[in-house]
Design a protein around this ligand. Structure first.
Ligand SMILES: [Zn+2]
Length: 199
C-alpha cells in the first residue's frame, strides 16, 4: 500500500516495480503476474524461499513511498509481504527491524469489528486512489522472517495495510475492491478507457 502521493519517482537502482499500467498502456505481462495467486514458501524455508524473502525486504527498505510491499509487486509470485508496523506516515525509509513486520504465508483467520471506508493508493496501480472498505481488526497466522509460526492481531490503519498486502498475495488489487476510483483530470481519457466509465 502506498502513500497517496509519490514524492520520489527515481527508481533507478531499485527493484523493478510491477504495475498494471504505465503512462499510457496496460502492462499485460506484469498484470498477469500481479493477478496470479501466489505460492506458499516451503517451511522450513528452503534456499530459494529465503532468497525471495530477503529480496523483498531489501526492496522495501530502499523505498520511502510504501507502507508495505508484497512479493508479486517485484515480480515474485510467492506468499510473502513486508510492511511498516509503526510510524506509518513517517517518510523516512525504515531502518530498524523492529519497525517492520515480515509475514510469510500469511492467512487472515479472523475479520472483526467495524468496517471503514478509506481511500487507498497502491504502487502497482499508479496515479489512482480507490475507496476501499476494510475491517478495522484482523487476526493473522503466518511465519516470521526467522521461520517461526506467529499469530498477530492488527487494528486500525495497520489492519487496512495488512488486508491490502494479503490481497496482493491472492492476486487482488484495489480496483477489484473499490467502487469509487479517483484519478487525475489529465489522465481521464486513459483511465476512462481502462475502467469504461466514460462515454
Ligand atoms: Zn498495493
Amino acid at each position: 500500500m502506498a502513500h497517496y502521493t509519490i514524492r520520489d519517482r527515481d527508481m533507478e537502482k531499485r527493484e523493478k516495480l510491477y504495475t498494471l499500467w504505465g503512462e499510457d498502456k496496460i502492462n499485460e505481462k506484469e498484470m498477469g503476474l500481479l493477478r496470479q495467486k501466489t505460492k506458499d514458501i516451503p517451511a522450513p524455508f528452503d534456499a530459494a524461499g529465503g532468497k525471495d524473502i530477503k529480496t523483498l525486504v531489501e526492496a522495501f527498505l530502499e523505498r520511502d513511498d510504501a507502507f508495505g510491499l508484497a512479493a508479486p509487486q517485484i515480480g515474485i509470485s510467492k506468499r510473502v509481504t513486508v510492511f511498516k508496523n509503526k510510524n506509518l506516515y513517517d517518510r523516512e525509509p525504515v531502518t530498524s527491524e523492529r519497525d517492520y513486520d515480515v509475514l510469510v504465508n500469511p492467512r487472515i483467520t479472523q475479520f472483526r469489528g467495524e468496517t471503514e471506508i478509506m481511500m487507498e493508493g497502491c504502487l502497482s496501480c499508479p496515479d489512482i486512489n480507490v475507496e476501499v472498505e476494510r475491517y478495522t481488526e484482523i487476526k493473522v497466522k503466518a511465519y516470521n522472517i526467522k521461520g517461526q509460526k506467529i499469530s498477530r492481531r492488527y487494528t486500525g490503519f495497520l489492519a487496512r495495510v495488512v488486508q491490502h498486502e494479503c490481497d496482493h498475495l491472492d492476486g487482488k488489487l484495489i480496483i477489484d475492491r473499490g467502487s469509487r476510483i479517483q484519478y487525475p483530470k489529465e489522465k481521464e481519457e486513459f483511465f476512462n478507457s481502462i475502467f469504461q466509465m466514460g462515454s
